[in-house]
Design a protein around this ligand. Structure first.
Ligand SMILES: O=C(CO)COP(=O)(O)O
Length: 223
């Protein structure tokens, strides 16, 4: 992924049901082109192929299961994510947590498949542990701020600073991203000032009345 980056996690909000996910991805692509900034999208799994085949910005799966292809009803193995054309996968999101063993397995298997990995973690020490697995990037997201509109960069700047410091000690090559409650231009600016290389945003964009306006506002802070 090109840094700094704005990653839009669409989750499964009703606002992105069906083809609306592709519409949002197209708005993100247009803004990325206009501003020349790096924007990635993570659509619902049911829309992954459609979005990956239709836009020229990086598309991430919101998750994957730690299973090999085979007799696994209802699971999503990494091989199936890769085949949709997605370029990466979000792992261990607070709303979809994994066991450490499974996370380690997924990160290394993704690497061998050529898929990028964004591993989420709720606090600085867990983030440092995630960095030890050598994913593409780590995203620190205090779960209590997710979806609240209270930005991690405003409410808990110490969490970001500590995470950046710890990860530097574990592996200085792993970029730190942050998310939770990010709402406006200032929240993104502050996150970057505190040493991150991007933000992971959901509700402020997905639930905005005007997607383009909100994505523009947040993306401009990456300049
Ligand atoms: O969970 C998040 C992104 O992965 C953050 O969600 P919000 O932007 O809605 O707080």
């Amino acid at each position: 992924m090109r840094l700094p980056v704005l990653i839009i996690n669409m989750k499964v909000y009703p606002e992105v049901l069906g083809k609306r996910a592709l519409e949002l991805a197209k708005v993100a692509e247009a803004v990325s082109r206009e501003l020349g900034v790096s924007i990635a999208v993570a659509p619902p799994v049911t829309e992954l192929r459609l979005v990956a085949e239709s836009v020229g910005i990086p598309v991430y799966a919101q998750g994957a299961d730690s299973v090999e292809p085979g007799a696994r009803t209802g699971h999503v193995p990494l091989e199936f994510v890769k085949e949709t054309g997605a370029s990466g996968v979000i792992l261990n999101h607070s709303e979809n947590r994994l066991l450490l063993n499974d996370l380690g397995w997924l990160v290394s298997r993704a690497k061998s498949l050529g898929l990028e990995t964004l591993v989420c973690a709720p606090d600085p020490y867990t983030s440092a542990a995630a960095a030890a697995l050598e994913p593409t990037a780590v995203a620190v997201e205090p779960p209590e701020l997710i979806g609240t509109g209270k930005a991690v960069s405003r409410e808990k700047p110490d969490v970001i600073v500590k995470t950046v410091g710890l990860i530097k000690r574990v592996n200085p090559g792993i970029p730190v991203i942050t998310g939770a409650g990010i709402e406006n231009y200032e929240d993104v600016k502050k996150a970057l000032e505190l040493g991150t290389q991007g933000v992971l945003v959901a509700s402020a964009i997905v639930r905005a009345r005007d997607w383009r306006q909100k994505i523009m506002e947040l993306a401009k802070a990456l300049h």
